[in-house]
Each structure stands twice: as structure tokens, then as C-alpha cells.
Design a protein around this ligand. Structure first.
Ligand code: SAH
Ligand code: SF4
Length: 351
């Protein structure tokens, strides 16, 4: 597909969109089959030292009640993941680079690896320096998810304060690859002032960097953030349908461009439709990340507004997700880490 074709498919609806999904599914079937893998996600802390303009748990949002789960609470979540046979955990948090926070994270990975040796461990905790990433890898982390958010520097600057750097984020992604992590990236689709060309640039950046996994999703406005001006709120609500469709189309295009990668169906899609994540699976995604975060913290981990399942608990998320995956005629796989075939090929079978 040339640039024009990519753009045409990115905004596809109706028959063209169905054709795009069929092609993505044909390639999925041929390259990786119909398996869907799970990662129980534990949002273990919402304390963040950054101030991304779009995010509800940004440092300066005084309305967010801050928490850090203790080890006993996290252990219960890990037990649940083990008993449910999800196969992998994602440990996610705000970005915190104090010595104490780094020590906590390192201990957490060591603990998880020691007591749940079969479990795949993914971190999604923001940017760290090379040496600390090396320590985390050595402690047992298998994968790292770090979204670029947008690969376009002019747009990146509109979404972040001056002390946040796109170049630094890219360097961090390079370091993760150098350290042999299974590396995940992603973007947000439907950001204010983001053009179709910007989104295609992200797609080409992903292809060029040849990442193993993707966790991308729609931008969902959060009222207590600088990006939620009156004008942007109005714009966002008027463009919801479009943002949802473009995210599904982006997933399908990614499946076609990087056939053996893992693509997660983002929870944020369920803000648009109750079966948003399932539609993403049907468009080419093959990973789903049911929440294991204790109910009492869910309302404090609101990256965006109207986050689904905040009243739910891990058991309910488990039942719901298995049922929904089967309804999409895909094969939910329990008891496996579900590593990206892309990574296994890239590294000759190392995990
Ligand atoms: N602090 C870490 C991980 C937690 S945030 C980090 O930033 O990498 C995880 C992801 O949530 C971010 O990468 C961002 O893409 C997404 N996010 C934040 N605010 C959002 C919003 N308003 N709508 C959609 N996604 C959002
Ligand atoms: Fe912090 Fe991540 Fe939110 Fe940015 S996106 S404010 S780093 S939690």
C-alpha cells in the first residue's frame, strides 16, 4: 500500500472497512492463527511525576487521590492471575524515578519472577535509564510497553510540557530493544489537531522500528486535564465515531504491515461501544488485558473519562472476557505466556 492507500484505509467505513478487516484476518489466520492471549493488568500505583496534558493521573491533577498498593495486595492479584491461568501479568503505573520507587519496582519484579516463575512479566511504568532497564530485565521482566503517543514532534510538543522529550522516549525504546526486551509501542488516535498524515507517520514509524507488540488506543478526553478545553470537548464528542473507526482501521493496517506482532485490544475502546475491544479483536488484535486491579483503586486510576469496569472486580472481568472472546469466534488461550511470534523470530526463540 502506498501513502494514499494507507490514508484511504485509515478513514474507511462501510464496505471498504469490511474488506480491510477481512484482509487483516486472512493474514492473522495465515501467520499466527486465531489464538487470543491474556494479560492480567495490575495498576499498582497512580503516583506520577509527569504532566502529560491528556492524562487524568498527571502530577498536577489535584483531584486524583494517590495510591501505591502494598506487596500483600499485589500478591493477591498475582495469585488471582495464576489461578485464572491468564499466563502473563502487566504491571502498570504512573512514572516515578525516585530511588525509593525504583527499588520498589525492582523488588516487585524479583518477587513476581521468584514466586510465579511461569508467568510472563510486562512492565508499563514509563521511561527509565538504560542501567535501570537492564536491572529490571535481569530481575525477570520479559516485556516492556512504552507508547510513543505520537511520533510527530510538533504534535508531541502540544501534548506535553517542555521537560518531556520525544527524543528521550525514542531513545528509551531503542534501549529496550538493545536489552533484548520484547518491546511494545503504541499511539493515541483522535488527538486534537492530529491529522491523518500524523497517524500514518505513526504507522510507518512502527513499521520502521519493527516492534514486537502494540498497545494503542483511541484518545478519550478527561475533563480535569489541560487538553480538555471547551473547544476540544465539543470537537471530541462530535468526532467519537470517527475516532473509534480509525482506531480499528489502524489495528487492521498494523496486522497487515507487521503480521506476526502482538496487538492488544485497548480497554479505552469500550468507552465508545460496550463491545469495543471485541471489535478490535475482530479487526486484527490478538491480546486482551483484563483488569485485576482491586475495585477500591479503580476509580483512582482514571487516565481518561468514563473508564469501563470501574465498578467491577477481577472475577467479573474474567468471566466477561472469556465469554466475549468466544463470541468473536476466536480461541481464548489460557495457561500460556503468549509471547509475540515476531519476537521469537527476531531473537531466535529467546524469551
Ligand atoms: N505512565 C506510563 C504508563 C501508564 S499511562 C506511561 O505513560 O507510559 C499508559 C497510557 O495511557 C499512556 O501511554 C497513554 O497512551 C494512555 N493515556 C493516558 N491518557 C489517556 C487518555 N486521555 N486517553 C487515552 N489514553 C490515554
Ligand atoms: Fe504519567 Fe503516564 Fe499519565 Fe503521562 S501518561 S501523566 S507519564 S501516567
Amino acid at each position: 500500500m502506498n501513502h494514499r492507500d494507507l490514508k484511504r484505509h485509515l478513514k474507511a467505513t462501510g464496505n471498504l472497512q469490511q474488506e480491510l478487516f477481512s484482509e487483516a484476518n486472512r493474514i492473522r489466520q495465515q501467520e499466527i492463527g486465531t489464538n487470543v492471549y491474556f494479560r492480567g493488568i495490575i495498576e499498582f500505583s497512580n503516583i506520577c511525576e509527569k504532566n502529560c496534558y491528556y492524562c487524568g493521573i498527571r502530577k498536577n491533577n489535584q483531584k486524583t487521590k494517590r495510591y501505591l498498593m502494598n506487596m500483600e495486595e499485589i500478591e493477591k492479584c498475582l495469585d488471582f492471575i495464576q489461578e485464572s491461568n491468564y499466563g502473563s501479568v502487566v504491571l502498570q503505573s504512573g512514572e516515578l524515578t525516585t530511588p525509593k520507587a525504583k527499588e520498589f519496582l525492582l523488588n516487585l519484579v524479583e518477587f513476581t519472577h521468584k514466586h510465579y516463575p511461569e508467568m510472563g512479566i510486562t512492565l508499563s511504568c514509563g521511561e527509565f535509564d538504560y542501567d535501570f532497564l537492564k536491572q529490571l530485565k535481569k530481575a525477570g521482566t520479559h516485556r516492556y510497553l512504552l507508547r510513543i503517543e505520537t511520533s510527530v514532534s510538533s504534535l508531541y510538543k502540544k501534548l506535553h510540557p517542555n521537560d518531556h522529550s520525544l527524543a528521550k522516549r525514542k531513545q528509551c525504546l531503542e534501549n529496550l530493544k538493545k536489552l533484548d526486551y520484547q518491546v511494545g509501542c503504541g499511539n493515541m488516535i483522535g488527538l486534537p489537531e492530529q491529522t491523518l498524515d500524523d497517524i500514518i507517520s505513526d504507522l510507518l514509524f512502527f513499521k520502521e522500528m519493527d516492534f514486537d507488540m502494540f498497545g494503542l488506543g483511541p484518545y478519550v478526553i478527561h475533563q480535569d486535564t489541560p487538553l480538555a478545553t471547551d473547544e476540544n470537548q465539543k470537537w471530541w464528542h462530535e468526532n467519537k465515531e470517527n475516532i473509534f473507526n480509525m482506531t480499528l482501521n489502524f489495528i487492521a493496517l498494523l496486522r497487515i504491515l507487521i503480521p506476526t506482532c502482538n496487538i492488544a485490544a485497548a480497554t479505552a475502546l469500550d468507552v465508545f461501544r460496550p463491545d469495543g475491544r471485541i471489535m478490535a479483536l475482530k479487526a486484527g488484535a490478538n491480546v486482551i488485558m483484563p483488569s485485576v486491579t482491586p475495585q477500591k483503586y479503580r476509580n483512582d486510576y482514571l487516565l481518561y473519562q468514563n473508564k469501563p469496569c470501574v465498578d467491577g472486580n477481577a472475577e467479573r472481568c474474567y468471566r466477561c472476557i472469556i465469554k466475549k472472546t468466544r463470541s468473536a469466534h476466536l480461541n481464548p488461550v489460557l495457561g500460556e505466556q503468549g509471547n509475540a511470534l515476531h519476537y521469537l523470530i527476531r531473537t531466535n526463540g529467546k524469551t
